[in-house]
Design a protein around this ligand. Structure first.
Ligand SMILES: [Mg+2]
Length: 280
C-alpha cells in the first residue's frame, strides 16, 4: 500500500526528530524540581530551631561569652577561698553541673540551628557519644585549683546513664579532677537534683556550687510563674552570692521551657510567638 501524504509527513518528522536528538545536548538527568507544599511539622521545627540562632551565635562565637565564663570562674575561685576559711571536720565538696558549666555543647546547638532541628534525645546522644566537647572557659583551671585546695569535686548532671562512659571519657580526656564513676551523679528518673545534692551533703560540706541554671542550686527555681522567677532570686541573693556561681546560657534552659512549654514543635512555636506578640 502506498503511503498517504499524512503518513509520509509523520515518518519524516519522526526521522528528523531522531537525527536531531543525536546532535542535541543531552537532557539533564535530574528531574526538574517540583514545587511541594511545606511540611508543617518540619516548618515548625525549623522556625523553633531558628529562634535560638542569636543565642547560639553568642555562646559559640563571641569573645564576650568567653570572657564572662572566665569571669564566673574567677568569682568561683574567690568565693571558694572565702568559704574554705571556715573549718569543718567533714571533707569539702564542690558541686558542678556539666552541660554549659564545664563542657561546652554549643557545637551541637549550632548544628541544630543549621539543620532546623530543635533539641531531641537521639541527636543529643549522638553528640555526647563523641565525647568531644571542649571545656568551658575557666572551668578546668578552677576545678584544678579546688582540687589543690583539698576539695572533692562532684559532677551532678541530667545526662542519663547511657551517657556515663562517654561523659567520663570526655571529662578525663580534658583532665578534669575526680572524673570517675563515684563522682559523676547522673539523672536517675528525675531532673530534680535535690536528692543528689543531699547525698553529697550527707558526708561532705558543700562549699560551692557552679551551674548554668538556677536549678543547679535550688529546685525552687523551676517555678517561673511569678515574674519569671526573679522575685525568688531577690529573696535569696545573699545565699546565692556566697554559695553559687551562675554561668550564662541563653541557648536553652528553664527560662525558655517556661515560655514554650511541652508538646509538639507546633505548640511550642505557637506559645513562643504568642509570648513575643504580647509585647510585655
Ligand atoms: Mg547545665
Amino acid at each position: 500500500m502506498m503511503p498517504t501524504r499524512n503518513t509520509t509527513w509523520i515518518a519524516t518528522i519522526a526521522l528528523v526528530s531522531v537525527l536531531g536528538c543525536r546532535n542535541a545536548r543531552p537532557l539533564p538527568v535530574d528531574p526538574l524540581p517540583v514545587a511541594q507544599a511545606p511540611d508543617p511539622t518540619t516548618d515548625h521545627a525549623v522556625q523553633l530551631a531558628h529562634m535560638g540562632a542569636d543565642a547560639v551565635l553568642w555562646q559559640h562565637a563571641s569573645a564576650e561569652y568567653h570572657r564572662i565564663a572566665q569571669q564566673g570562674y574567677e568569682l568561683a575561685r574567690l568565693r571558694l577561698a572565702e568559704n574554705l576559711r571556715v573549718t569543718d571536720a567533714r571533707p569539702s565538696a564542690v558541686i558542678v553541673d556539666i552541660d554549659e558549666t564545664v563542657l561546652d555543647n554549643s557545637p551541637y546547638q549550632l548544628e541544630a540551628v543549621a539543620k532546623g532541628k530543635p533539641f531531641d534525645q537521639a541527636t543529643w546522644l549522638e553528640w555526647t557519644t563523641k565525647a568531644s566537647a571542649k571545656a568551658t572557659p575557666g572551668a578546668l583551671e578552677f576545678l584544678k585549683y579546688a582540687d589543690e585546695q583539698g576539695c572533692i569535686i562532684f559532677y551532678i548532671t541530667n545526662r542519663d546513664v547511657r551517657e556515663r562512659a562517654a561523659t567520663l571519657k570526655n571529662l578525663q580526656d580534658l583532665g578534669f579532677p575526680d572524673a570517675d564513676v563515684d563522682h559523676l551523679l547522673l539523672m536517675e528518673g528525675t531532673s530534680d537534683k535535690t536528692e543528689r545534692r543531699a547525698r553529697v551533703a550527707s558526708d561532705h560540706r558543700i562549699v560551692l556550687l557552679v551551674g548554668d541554671q538556677l536549678r543547679d542550686f535550688d529546685e525552687r527555681f523551676k517555678d517561673r510563674t511569678v515574674d519569671h522567677g526573679r522575685p525568688l532570686v531577690d529573696t535569696m541573693t545573699d545565699t546565692l552570692s556566697r554559695y553559687f556561681v551562675l554561668l550564662p546560657n541563653p541557648m536553652y534552659g528553664t527560662y525558655r521551657d517556661a515560655v514554650q512549654g511541652k508538646g509538639t514543635d507546633a505548640e511550642k512555636l505557637a506559645r513562643m510567638k504568642a509570648w513575643f506578640e504580647q509585647g510585655h
